[in-house]
Design a protein around this ligand. Sequence first.
Ligand SMILES: [Cu+2]
Length: 476
Amino acid sequence: MSRALLPHIDRRSFIKLSAVASLTLLVGCGSDDSPTDNTTNQKLLPIPELLQPDIIGNVKHYNLTIKESKHQFFDEAKTDTYAINGTYLAPTIKVIDGDEVSINFKNSLNEATTMHGHGMHVPAKMDGTPHQVIEPDKSWSARYRVKQKAATNWYHPHFMGKTADHVYKGLAGFIVVEDEESRALDLPDRYGIDDIPLVLQDRRFVNSQFDYTPTMQEVMRGYIGDTFIVNGAIKPTFEAEAKEIRFRLLNGSNSTVYELGFSDNRSFNQIATDNALLESPVALNRVTLSPGERAEIVVDFSGDLGKSVDLYEYKNSKTFLQIDIKKQATATTSLPNKLTSLVKLNPLNSATSRTFTLSGRMGSFQINGKSMDIDRIDEVVPLNAIEIWEVKNSMMVDHNFHIHATHFMIIERNGNSAGVAANERGYKDTVYIKGGESVKFIVKMVDYTDTKIPYMYHCHFLEHEDRGMMGQFVVT
Ligand SMILES: [Cu+2]
């Protein structure tokens, strides 16, 4: 068990230890206090604990407890949270394509929830949707064989009508998928040293407690916090080696779109979209992520020893993270030009098109005129059929569209294939659709038929999802 492997470190011993290099690895979002750099008195970036599995037979068991906790966002007081194992957020689960895994959740909350593996390619009954409720004091396991390409995925609640509330309180963690191909690439992969997961969120606080009280207008337009946090810390510092650093960026917010870049406007390379590496790195100086979307980026700090730069959110003018490049590189990497090959389905081979129109008013939301009904199957999708799905945002407010079960590839934005940006030409499971815009994607279900238990498709702006902007499909 990971707890035994990573003994609890109290604050005092931590400060003493923090002079030691590479300690970042030991810092959980779960320790009661965030670590402090004793030279600058600034909080260091917490790195979610990398959870070690118990191996029983050939199955890797990851044991997680969902519970109420208190987390130190502020020096003066602790904040009531929900958390998994620690005090806010959750440990990182790292799996390899082909692994047999059992992700075991014990619900120690006083209310029911669920736990969905966002981006995981799993049978519907293992998907952790509103159909796999975990009642208080009960346990539930997502047991499956990992069968997908390397990706940065995540897990979070998906309980009917309460997803926004449960995520806001702190339930979210990474599932990092690796495969043989990704492991052979010369990419930064030392967890916590040059391979850094970042859960990006924003929150409102009143008297150091979360304030989750969206008005009707905020339900429609987004409940944006004034305090931006990363891995459960407010504007912490990451002490980087002077080399290429890989950041696994996750927009873990309820409903805020982030336009991310660096304070010196430097360029970086995006290497992965939601569900796989890109075929080649794409050079950018901004990357936009709507809620639920991920991007892996590699930024080269090899000539920057002694400098500081911020990971900055340009839409809301907020600093997420200060990066102090203050360590000599202890290993080097060199970003490859070719990362992977992606299967590109041919639209001419598609027999079926489906249209999903997003609408809503007065705090209620619909897809194709209907609000989510857990007892209604909206779409029946045959196995192995190539399909085109078009999603139209008929509103003036932003939405996105997320599908479970598998990934898709975007083929048009607003009726135009040239409208698909280079860094969107990869495997996606969530796509941002601005007010009045539309997106067409190509998709094929390749596994796991089940005529009864559905998968979901929905807007991942959580206030919209909870108020009806969700539907269900079965794969047959
Ligand atoms: Cu929406």
